[in-house]
Design a protein around this ligand. Structure first.
Ligand code: UDP
Ligand code: MG
Length: 320
């Protein structure tokens, strides 16, 4: 069994309503750019809505489809990692299950990869339809803040929708970390990476699987994974506070000399409250890194596979 020219890897969490349409459109796009030599790898990330049954059905009727069932919800980035570990194509397309990233762009992305001799063609969102102002605004701020904090050039406004060469994917899979911010890790890998602008569509069906809580932990993984600037912030704040306390010392000395030392409850409280808040913030920041160090130190597998359906059933893989 030789490796297919193209693998399309799709993480799915409660996307049952999208799967049939997804399969139809992705198959058409894959056929248009790779003929018969492609595979579609669907990863069920512990869905509770019948996604797995729908995937098994699709796999029964399409020998090019491989479906992986994870043992529980491991999160978007780990589900994606599971699919990337298992796929075997020479080129790999990563795409969301909700059809916000149009599969029809694939032939253009392949053409771009060939024309530029690139290892990665990453799709940059020009416009985003059907998303809340809050989501768009926080995403915009997030990517800009991230690029200021890190030395790795992580592209602005690009998600995981991208086409990669086998050697870029193998390099990506050699990074062992647990807290995976894949779009940043791909940037870190290097090689020639070129942007590809597109307009993001609305979800085909269902609602976002990224509520605020998941967005925050995703952002924290990105920042802590790619920057130690927040740790340095602690010493900066400390330095400024030393300067401030020198001024305060002067103020106290003047008060003492002029005999009006009883006053000052307000300023005292202010100092106590502000100092307390700053210390808590800095401690929390250190805690974020420490917690991640602890998780990495355990070296657990990244995900656990429960079942595999389709023709890849003979090559089970359990994490790293
Ligand atoms: N996803 C996943 N596991 C999760 C959350 C999301 O596999 O715990 C998948 C989801 O099915 C989709 C992709 O990750 O294919 C992106 O999620 P979504 O479209 O909900 O995010 P948004 O586009 O709203 O940022
Ligand atoms: Mg989406």
């Amino acid at each position: 069994m030789s490796a297919p020219a193209l693998s399309v890897v799709i993480p799915c969490y409660n996307e049952a309503a999208c799967l049939a349409e997804l399969h139809r459109r992705v198959s058409a796009a894959a056929r248009a750019s790779a003929g018969d030599s492609y595979e579609i790898v669907l990863v069920n990330d512990g869905s509770r809505d019948g996604s797995w049954a729908a995937m098994q059905d699709l796999a029964r009727n399409d020998e090019r489809l491989v479906a992986i069932n994870l043992s529980r919800n491991h999160g978007h980035q780990l589900a994606l990692t599971a699919g990337l570990d298992l796929c075997s194509g020479e080129r790999i397309l990563i795409i969301d299950a909700d059809l916000q990233d149009p599969p029809e762009l694939l032939p253009q992305m392949v053409a771009e990869m060939d024309a530029q001799g690139a290892d990665v063609v990453y799709a940059v969102r020009r416009a985003r339809a059907g998303e809340t102002h809050f989501k768009k605004a926080t995403a915009k701020i997030f990517y800009r803040l991230l690029s200021r904090l890190t030395d790795v050039e992580i592209p602005l406004d690009a998600g995981d929708f991208r086409l990669m060469s086998r050697r870029a994917l193998d390099a990506l899979l050699s990074l062992p970390e647990q807290a995976r911010f894949i779009r940043g890790m791909v940037a870190w890998v290097g090689f020639r990476q070129v942007p590809f602008a597109y307009d993001r569509a609305e979800r085909f069906s269902g609602v976002t699987k990224y509520p605020l809580g998941k967005m925050i932990s995703f952002a924290l993984d990105a920042v802590t994974g790619f920057s130690t600037a927040p740790l340095r912030l602690a010493s900066h704040i400390g330095l400024w506070l030393v300067g401030a306390s020198l001024l305060l010392l002067l103020y106290i000395a003047i008060g003492w000399l002029s005999g009006s030392t009883i006053q000052g409850w307000t300023s005292l409280m202010l100092v106590v409250v502000i100092l307390g808040a700053v210390q808590m913030f800095v401690l929390g920041m250190i805690g974020e890194y420490l917690g991640r160090l602890y998780i990495e130190a355990k070296r657990r597998p990244l995900y656990i596979v429960s079942d595999i359906a389709g023709r890849a059933a003979g090559r089970p893989q359990l994490g790293h």
